[in-house]
Structure formats: structure tokens, C-alpha cells
Ligand binder design. Structure first.
Ligand code: TYM
Length: 333
């Protein structure tokens, strides 16, 4: 039976990219009736420095972001990673399965470590093994993510395959990445060749989940475009990254395909299309920011939701860890 797992780092600030590439699709998977497990990966966040108070705040705010985006803690299991020790325990086993050479090829490590990789944390290097553990500790079969996580999910499959092969078992499933829809890579509003990211120095480059209606509308009005009107057909978007990005965002927000959207707006000037996009984005995004601030009023309730989710997660994870230990040859498992 299918089981969906995905995670988001509480490293401060959620963007429209996180919403369209992840959160909105998490809620859709949940509403389709599949078993869904969603995690705030605080152990991943500390692979780069996090101020403790800010981390605590970001974890709670992320939880509010999940709920405001339609993830229902009654229907989905919603929790923070560090409350379920099995993630870190399985990650250790996977540290002993994954090869140095595999990790060295991870483009996200190279990007994040930058020029001075000697000074990166060991945790940042091992990050994808912990991510594989997040997924496989639940025997999850499907992992909805944005495009940027593709290589990590391939590594997860490699780890599962090598574990099964080395121990001669058919224990860990070979997980399917689910990278679908028009917005698996939302780009910066200032530069169509860069991913929309919370770490971009320009706040105008992104829409934050906490932005109010006026800010959202302003950012779309000011989004970079080229001087031509929109092309009349999808193919015309190929060499026009900014136009394509805005069309992709429109399609994902309105649950349409890019083809459908182009049938309606193809040929329009940006002066006509941008207000349409702004209205749509405000209608969909501003209730989320309102709901997030409402939920943040009651932090005890958020902590209760996370603790309860962790209990349910542990009930699935503990027997899988025990069985893994037994396979590996640990006495007492
Ligand atoms: P993170 O926290 O960077 O991002 C969370 C999710 O948002 C997606 N995303 C985007 N999608 C489209 N366009 C964008 N501009 C954009 N920016 C971010 C990401 O692809 C991701 O799906 N390593 C993961 C967290 C993680 C995880 C896991 C994910 C840890 N363990 C297990 C899945 C399964 C990360 O850093 O995501």
C-alpha cells in the first residue's frame, strides 16, 4: 500500500516555492486518501548554524504553515524529526551503507558548502543519509518534492538497494520521487534563471507565506518580465524564463495545466496578465498568512500537535528500526 512521506526544513521562512512545490501538494495527497506523514526536519536544519531560539520559532511557524496550507493533523501525521529518535538511529546505519564517493557527488552539498568545503559540518556531508532514513524508517513508497530534491531521492534509492543487497533481504522499498505539476521549480521573481529561495538577499525575489495581500500584489506587479507580450502557444515560452515562471505559477495556483492557462492568457500583454496573477495569488495566499498568524497565537497547541504526531510516527518507526537492527546483527534487537 502506498505511503507518502515528505519533509521541510525549519530554517526560517517559507516561500511560494515551498507552497507550490511541496505544501499544496502535501495537502492534495492527504485529501486523496493516501496515508501521509509530514515532518519538520529540525535535525537537517542544524547542518548549518541555527540560533536555538530562532530554530524553535521556525519549527512552530512551519507547523502553522503546514496546517494553514491544508495539512490536517488528524488526517496526516505531522511532527518534528528530533522527537522521533529512530530517524537519527537509522541514519547511522545508512552512514555505514552510503559511500563517500556517492556523497561527494551531491550538488546540493557542493552548493551549500561553497568554496571552503573543509569548513562545512560533517552533518552537512551526511545530510542525504539522514534524508534517506526519514523516508525509509516508514517504508514510505512516494515522496512528493520539488525538482531540487531529485538527486537526494536517487541516493535514497541507492541506499535502499545497497542495504537490501548487502544483507540479502528485500526489506527497504525503492521509493518513487513524485515531482509533478507546473511548479516543481518556482523561480525568483527578479531573475528567471535562479530558484526562488528564502536565502536570496532580495525580498522582492520571492513571495513569503507570511506576506500580506498588498505585499503579494506589489511583488507580482514588480516581477521581472521581458518587453514582449505573452506568446500565443506553450512552445513560445521556451526561451523566456520569466514569462514561463509566471505562467507556471498561475497554472499551479489555479490547478490547471500550462496548456489550459495558455489557451486563456496567450497573447496578452503583461500589463493585463499580471493583475490576473496578482488576484489569484492574493486570493490563495493571503488566507494562509492570516491563518498562520492565528495559529501562532497558541504555541502550546502547536507543541501538542507536534508531540501527538511524534507519538504516531514513532509507533510506525520503532518496529522498522528494531527489524533493521536485527538484520544488521545487533544483539538485543
Ligand atoms: P527544503 O526545506 O529546502 O524545501 C522543502 C520543499 O520545498 C521544495 N521547494 C521548492 N519547490 C519548487 N520551487 C522552489 N523554488 C522550491 N524551493 C523549495 C523542495 O523541493 C522541498 O520539497 N532536503 C529537504 C528536506 C527533507 C526531505 C526529507 C524531503 C529532509 N528529509 C525527506 C523529502 C523527504 C529540503 O531541504 O527541503
Amino acid at each position: 500500500t502506498p505511503r507518502v512521506f515528505s519533509g521541510i526544513q525549519p530554517s526560517g521562512g517559507l516561500t511560494l516555492g515551498n507552497y507550490l512545490g511541496a505544501l499544496k501538494r502535501f495537502a492534495q495527497a492527504q485529501d486523496a486518501g493516501v496515508e501521509t506523514i509530514y515532518c519538520m526536519v529540525d535535525l537537517h536544519a542544524i547542518t548549518v548554524w541555527q540560533d536555538p531560539e530562532k530554530l524553535r520559532h521556525a519549527t512552530r511557524e512551519l507547523c502553522a504553515g503546514f496546517i494553514a496550507s491544508g495539512v490536517d493533523p488528524e488526517k496526516s501525521i505531522l511532527f518534528n524529526q528530533s522527537q522521533v529518535a529512530e530517524h537519527a538511529q537509522l541514519a547511522w546505519i545508512f552512514n555505514c551503507v552510503a559511500r563517500m564517493g556517492w556523497m561527494k557527488r551531491m550538488t546540493q552539498f557542493k552548493d551549500k558548502a561553497g568554496k571552503n568545503a573543509e569548513n562545512a559540518s560533517l552533518g552537512l556531508f551526511g545530510y542525504p543519509a539522514l534524508m534517506a532514513a526519514d523516508i525509509l524508517i516508514y517504508h514510505a513508497t512516494h515522496v512528493p518534492v520539488g525538482e531540487d530534491q531529485k538527486q537526494h531521492l536517487e541516493l535514497t534509492r541507492d541506499i535502499a538497494t545497497k542495504f537490501n543487497h548487502d544483507y540479502g533481504v528485500d526489506f527497504f522499498p525503492i521509493t518513487e520521487p513524485v515531482i509533478e505539476g507546473a511548479a516543481t521549480r518556482v523561480m525568483s521573481l527578479r531573475d528567471g534563471s535562479k530558484k526562488m529561495s528564502k536565502s536570496d538577499p532580495s525580498d522582492m525575489s520571492r513571495i513569503n507565506l507570511t506576506d500580506n495581500a498588498d505585499t503579494i500584489a506589489k511583488k507580482i506587479r514588480k516581477a521581472k518580465t521581458d518587453p514582449e507580450p505573452l506568446p500565443s502557444e506553450v512552445v513560445g515560452l521556451a526561451e523566456r524564463p520569466e514569462a514561463r515562471n509566471l505562467i507556471n505559477i498561475y497554472a499551479a495556483l489555479s490547478d490547471q495545466s500550462v496548456e489550459q492557462v495558455m489557451r486563456d492568457v496567450g497573447g496578452k500583454a503583461f500589463s493585463e496578465f499580471k493583475p490576473m496573477l496578482a488576484d489569484l495569488a492574493v486570493a490563495q495566499m493571503s488566507p494562509i498568512s492570516t491563518e498562520m498568524s492565528r495559529l501562532m497565537q497558541d504555541q502550546a497547541e502547536i507543541d501538542r500537535v507536534l508531540a501527538e504526531g511524534a507519538g504516531r510516527a514513532r509507533a510506525i518507526a520503532a518496529p522498522i528500526l528494531r527489524k533493521t537492527y536485527e538484520i544488521v546483527g545487533m544483539v538485543g534487537a
